[in-house]
Design a protein around this ligand. Sequence first.
Ligand code: FUB
Length: 304
Amino acid sequence: GGVPQSLLTSKDGTFQFKAEGNPIIKHKFTADPAAFVEKDTLWLFTGHDFEGGQKGYKLKDWLVFSTTDLKNWTEYPVPLKIEDFKWDKTNDAYAGQTIKRNGKYYWYISTNGSGIGVAVSDKPQGPYKDAIGKPLLTNADCFASTHSWTCIDPSVFIDDDGQAWLFWGNGVCYYAKLKENMIEIDGPVKKIDFEGLQFTEAPWVHKKNGKYYLSYATGFPEKIAYAMADNIEGPYEYKGILNEIAGNSNTNHQAILEFKGKPYFIYHNGAIKTNGSSYSRSVCIDKLEYNNDGTIKRIVMTTE
Ligand code: FUB
């Protein structure tokens, strides 16, 4: 567990800490990282696992952190809670991703069975509030839905032409367009289909040099695999495993982005010695490296 949060919180509700190797956050358990860069700041959004010992994923709120150098971090007051989504019935704050559009920040989040929600704020650190008062997507929108947690793990991406896309799913990778307002789905829900896709969950879409990359958790315990395409809707070509099973965690959940000209891979493991586990996870950051042909080298997970 590390130092109790109450000892570190300053008067404005933020507190500062230094990342000393991986996991970067050691004073509480964080999972399912997502991030974006604005100016010289990397904003990190995570889930919040309970202290070790329990069985099952028990996350009640989401957290937000910022840094300008990946060493010195600021944590903000809790920006969003599962109870902020009044329509949610399961009380589990599953994975999400945040993005900026037209001066506002939209946080797409998963519940465990009630669907995907979207929250909005004027500031990256929040507080965020439910933007529409109902789910943006539910299992009913996922035509191949077989289980209650089908509709999870939204990943949002805005292409160079301004079109916003949402990818999500468990078992099947679904996607759809978002309207300019970011709070309505535009057109049909479709699914990503390609040979080699053994999609468990945790899609993440990014683009580099005109190529689209779809990375995702595969198998269980999960590794992160990835595929590439010339068009966001595919066809995607499987390119292999990007990250092996991450220390002591059945799940593996990635964010891929560039910060100050360097590509990074952000994920979680269960490696904190006191109480770390599949249900008490911790966010890590490692370098990501592209080959000349645009493929990605396997991630080297570090503890430094
Ligand atoms: O943290 C809860 C769930 O576990 C996430 O939604 C999945 O991606 C997996 O990490």
